[in-house]
Design a binder for this molecule. Structure first.
Ligand SMILES: Cc1ncc(COP(=O)(O)O)c(C=O)c1O
Length: 358
């Protein structure tokens, strides 16, 4: 490997399906190999403790806890915030609702109330206000927790503006309902806005951040919030079987992720823009360049002559992997394993697939 910041992928394969395919950096592997460890369920893993303290400081919360995945982080946060019979108010396109197996409902007895999501990943604050205010009618399930997602995955990595976050948080406070932020890619949002991540997380009562996406750690997410809240999350983590023992080997990579991998996200954003502009120049595709704000490129296969599975299979045959997020909507994601010099290969492969499939 000639470059410390280049994640090795199998030769000739350009994997743009997700930033979850990133491989750990050499510095992460080194840190993992030498991590001081202990039994984390006893609170005795020094590397986990260091990671949790570091993460809490970075997101500006009193405490944080390491969990296995973003899904577990969101689930344990929702279970810690609400109670059986209370509503989880979230967007209809949110990862929490769409991709997390209905966890809060299945395991916590909390029904989801979904609100329409606009193209930018925002929910109407008027609708949020109506959903959060409980009317004491015995027929209605009271609101338990309100969720936002930043950046927004299914909307194509869009960033929620600071003013929107502030207004949403004010609303939630007025209603007395905690705001949980699914910040799987919150560092992408912060880098895109040019602000410290805590400028965003200050507008949430709790946040879930992923180490294993653009930050390239192999495993792990953190849930942060008040001391009392994080203590409840720890209990919920145990409940779902997520208490880990010598988890310092994972946490060591997480520390590298938080300290060395955040700034380089700007490179992923620049590559996503290059890719989006390349794709936008190809007849048969529709790309909304305004919505390419971070490392996700969402585009529509409008060329009717090719079915989405064939488009993806033909691309794969040319060594380029992309994904579909439903129907004719495709997604390509730039990350640590992709460099600017890879982008022309991806654009050329797409152009060829569309040209040859008439
Ligand atoms: C916005 C968002 N939240 C949560 C998750 C869940 O993370 P994990 O795959 O680690 O469970 C993802 C994963 O892609 C995501 O995009």
């Amino acid at each position: 490997m000639d470059n410390e910041h280049k994640s090795p992928l199998p030769l000739g394969r350009l994997d743009l399906r997700s930033d979850t395919v990133t491989l750990p950096s050499p510095a992460m592997r080194e840190a993992m190999a030498h991590a001081a460890v202990g039994d984390d369920v006893y609170g005795e893993d020094p590397t986990v403790n260091r990671l949790e303290a570091l993460a809490a400081a970075i997101v500006g919360k009193a405490a944080a806890v390491l969990v296995v995945s973003g899904t577990m982080g969101n689930l344990t946060a929702l279970l810690a915030h609400g109670q059986r019979g209370q509503r989880v108010v979230c967007g209809d396109e949110s990862h929490i609702y769409y991709y997390e197996a209905g966890g809060a409902s299945a395991l916590g007895g909390m029904p989801y109330q979904t609100l329409p999501t606009d193209a930018e990943g925002q929910l109407s604050l008027e609708q949020v206000r109506a959903a959060l205010v409980s009317d004491n009618d015995i027929h209605h399930a009271p609101a338990g927790v309100f969720c936002l997602e930043n950046t927004h995955n299914r909307c194509g990595g869009t960033v929620l503006p600071l003013a929107y976050l502030e207004a949403a948080h004010t609303l939630a406070r007025e209603a007395g309902i905690p705001l949980h932020m699914d910040g799987a890619r919150i560092f992408n949002a912060a880098v895109a806005l040019g602000v410290e991540v805590r400028a965003l997380t200050q507008h949430a009562d709790s946040v879930q951040v992923c180490l294993s996406k653009g930050l390239a750690a192999p495993i792990g997410s953190l849930v942060a919030g008040s001391h009392e809240f994080v203590t409840r999350v720890r209990r919920m983590r145990k409940l779902v079987g997520g208490g880990m023992r010598q988890a310092g080997v994972i946490a060591a990579a997480g520390i590298v992720a938080l300290t060395e991998m955040v700034e380089r996200l700007a490179e992923d954003h620049a590559n996503a823009r290059l890719l989006a502009e390349g794709l936008a120049s190809i007849p048969g595709l529709q790309v909304d360049l305004e919505r390419v704000q971070t490392n996700l490129v969402r585009f529509e296969l409008v060329a009717a002559h090719i079915a989405p599975p064939d488009f993806l299979a033909n691309l794969q045959a040319r060594g380029v992997l992309m994904g579909s997020i439903g129907g004719r909507i495709m997604r390509a994601v730039t990350h640590y394993g992709v460099s600017a010099t890879d982008i022309p290969q991806a654009v050329a492969a797409v152009r060829e697939v569309l040209a040859f499939s008439f």
